[in-house]
Design a protein around this ligand. Structure first.
Ligand code: SAH
Length: 322
């Protein structure tokens, strides 16, 4: 394969204004544009049967695949996800993700802002119902804090005809697996993932879940740790952890994993609390469990790993610190 369809050199997330506008060879269609021609005459009674039969035929022809591009590197994209990209007549997604896909003649890109997942999902379902071969694109894995759930939310609330569409989810390498692979084996024991974003859930839910998994001694991966609108949450989450776990617990700040501007930092929990504001939206934060440890390698970054075996019960681990 001489062609590299992904462009791993595009850092993200980018502001939506830097999406794909104006790139040659790519057709753009704003999400707000009606998919059906609203001015078209309504079918007369006799046409009704024919119209419905045509709609049904189109629905059967169309399809929708939700795929993950992985964290950044082209060679971390699965062949199945690449095949879905190649087969698509229409690509739907957040602009910077679509930018990672090389333009192809005859393929239409529908770029949108990052905050309109449900509109984007409904738009994709409508296109598929019109008979298009649609690929909805997410970063990492599409099922992890991403578009697959949005598609099912839109499906559940939307046009019942969409239920007939063939829908496929093609997995991708999620950020926590990429970060783990680059730093050793921090997810060798039980682990969990929490999004710190309170766009879709109250912050009290986040802290209650954090408190529970900290006490249960899981390794914890924090997605969406911080943003311009939420500069304080990561520090608060790490401070909560520092109240339950030892100060020397390893914490990984993995930023832009698999991209040219990748940075990997191994800190203690005490250091991480102080360094919280140095993280950004492209950072995945992993808080070690009580058994997570480092293997020193001289001047090299130490390995981080969590042994598979557990000898202490979680309550013994967190006792005296709560
Ligand atoms: N579906 C994505 C996650 C979307 S939520 C996935 O499976 O990875 C967005 C969050 O994912 C970011 O705020 C960041 O915490 C994490 N993330 C995504 N790509 C990343 C990367 N290359 N390096 C580090 N973290 C990343």
């Amino acid at each position: 394969m001489s062609e590299r369809p992904l462009r791993p050199d595009v850092p993200e997330p980018l502001p939506s204004s830097q999406a794909t506008e104006g790139r040659p060879g790519i057709h753009h269609q704003a999400l707000s544009m009606p998919v059906m021609d609203a001015g078209a005459p309504l079918p007369s009674d006799q046409d009704d049967g024919e119209e419905m039969a045509r709609a049904e035929r189109d629905t059967r022809k169309g399809s929708l695949t939700v795929l993950g591009l992985g964290p950044g590197e082209a060679h971390w994209l699965t062949p199945a996800a690449q095949a879905a990209i190649d087969a698509a007549s229409d690509l739907v997604g957040y602009g910077p993700y679509l930018d990672r896909i090389a333009p192809r003649e005859g393929q239409t890109k529908h770029a949108s802002d990052n905050r309109v997942e449900i509109d984007r999902a409904s738009h994709a379902l409508r296109l598929a119902a019109e008979g298009k071969t649609v690929a909805v694109v997410s970063g990492g894995d599409p099922g992890v804090f991403a578009m697959a759930a949005a598609v099912f939310e839109a499906l559940e609330a939307g046009d019942p005809a969409w239920l007939a569409l063939p829908i496929t989810i093609e997995p991708g390498i999620t950020a926590m697996l990429a970060s783990a692979a680059k730093t050793g084996a921090p997810l060798g024991g039980d682990f969990c993932a929490i999004s710190l974003s309170d766009n879709l859930k109250p912050w009290e839910v986040v802290t209650a879940r954090l408190d529970a998994v900290l006490k249960a001694d899981f390794v914890i991966c924090l997605y969406n740790p911080i943003s311009k609108a939420r500069p304080w949450q990561l520090r608060e989450a790490l401070a909560l952890a520092a109240g339950i776990r030892p100060a020397e617990t390893p914490v990984i700040f993995a930023r832009a994993v698999g991209r040219p501007d990748e940075s990997l930092r191994i800190l203690t929990l005490a250091e991480a609390v102080e360094a919280a504001t140095s993280a950004d939206m492209a950072t995945l934060v992993t808080i070690g469990a009580s058994s997570t440890r480092l293997i020193a390698r001289g001047n090299e970054r130490p390995w981080v790993y969590t042994p598979r075996s557990v000898t202490k019960s979680p309550s013994a681990t967190s006792q005296g610190r709560t």
